[in-house]
Design a protein around this ligand. Structure first.
Ligand code: CO8
Length: 303
């Protein structure tokens, strides 16, 4: 989408359209899965596995970082590299994100990356969080989160960064931006993404109270789009993706850009200030104390 936007400035709207149709990865060519001709490209890095099916143009990115797919600096770096590779691969038109772990999609940001770390390291970490969101929210690919477990905080951000969300119909799984429960504050671009997904009032309640929604409640407020039995999350995502890919790419991409550009630009033009804010906030003694108490609570739950 970043390319579409750049070209839109350079060539004007019709120029972009003709450019796009020249290189068209047009929807209807490869929507129906043709298993006999299926060709797969796989890549595995320690925390992420990607399978691209060349016959459908759909990649499945599996997060496989036990115990909870927390978003550490290493994880985010791998995630961004994989996303960038897929974005540049003209044969890839759709991306499904899911988890290999039982019960957890992603536990969100790795709290250990925010606890007891130097300001420099915190800044580097936050830049990687921004990068993950910018790449995902602005992706040219159609993106679907196949949420097969709990997805708090940064896990929820990753889910709402996608175009569509399918969640396992399991009342034990929860999703939401629960930052205030940790004594921290979701930054404006987390908030904007949530508002764009569920509307202002639901976002306000959700953020102030740090609510984690059960799967049925998440469906009620529109935080997820569909619930399906747990063993059908991925197959439903694949079926749904074929509908998204039936729409010509250029029309879908320009529309997506129209919906999301303002939100993305807001972070792009405040990126450094956002890093400075994060670092000065997270390194405060009072916030470090809140994080320590939260970590202790997580450990004591197990005991
Ligand atoms: N980061 C680091 N470690 C974690 C995290 C995490 N986010 N979540 C869990 N862990 C650890 C646990 O401490 C535990 O460690 P150990 O085995 O050493 O005791 C291990 O992972 C397994 O955890 P559980 O036993 O709790 O696993 P369950 O399968 O029972 O539960 C859950 C999985 C539901 C994901 C549960 O672990 C949980 O609720 N985790 C906390 C999730 C959370 O609150 N994340 C918020 C992170 S903050 C964020 O993403 C946005 C921050 C924005 C910053 C803005 C500042 C300005």
């Amino acid at each position: 989408m970043a390319n579409v936007l750049r070209n839109s400035a350079k060539f004007g709207f019709s120029g972009v359209l003709s450019q796009l149709s020249n290189h068209s990865r047009h929807g209807r060519e490869c929507v129906s899965p043709c298993f006999s001709l299926q060709q797969r490209n796989s890549s595995t890095s320690p925390k992420i596995k990607v399978d691209l099916d060349n016959s459908t143009g759909v990649a499945v990115l599996r997060m496989q970082s036990p115990p909870v797919n927390s978003l550490s600096l290493d994880f985010l770096t791998e995630f961004c590299i994989n996303l960038e590779k897929l974005e540049m691969d003209k044969s890839c038109r759709g991306l499904i994100i899911t988890s290999t772990l039982s019960k957890v999609f992603s536990a969100g940001l790795d709290i250990m990356e925010m606890y007891g770390k130097s300001p420099e390291r915190c800044g580097e970490f936050w830049k990687a969080v921004q990068e993950m969101w910018l790449k995902l929210y602005g992706s040219n690919m159609a993106t679907i989160a196949a949420i097969n477990g709990s997805s708090p905080a940064g896990g929820c951000l990753m889910s709402i960064g996608c175009d569509y969300r399918i969640m396992a119909d399991n009342p034990r799984y929860s999703i939401g931006l629960n930052e205030t429960q940790l004594g921290i504050v979701a930054p404006f671009w987390f908030k904007d993404t949530l508002v764009n997904t569920v509307g202002n009032r639901a976002a306000e309640l959700s953020l102030e109270l740090g609510l984690l929604y059960s799967a049925p409640d998440a469906l009620k407020i529109g935080l997820v789009d569909q619930l399906v039995p747990e063993d059908q999350v991925l197959s439903t995502a694949q079926d749904t993706m074929s509908k998204w890919l039936a729409v010509p790419d250029h029309a879908r991409q320009i529309t997506k850009s129209m919906m999301r550009k303002q939100t993305i630009d807001k972070l792009l033009s405040n990126r450094e200030a956002d890093i400075t804010n994060f670092v000065s906030f997270i390194t405060k003694d009072s916030i470090q104390r809140s994080l320590r108490m939260y970590l202790e609570m997580l450990k004591s739950r197990k005991a």
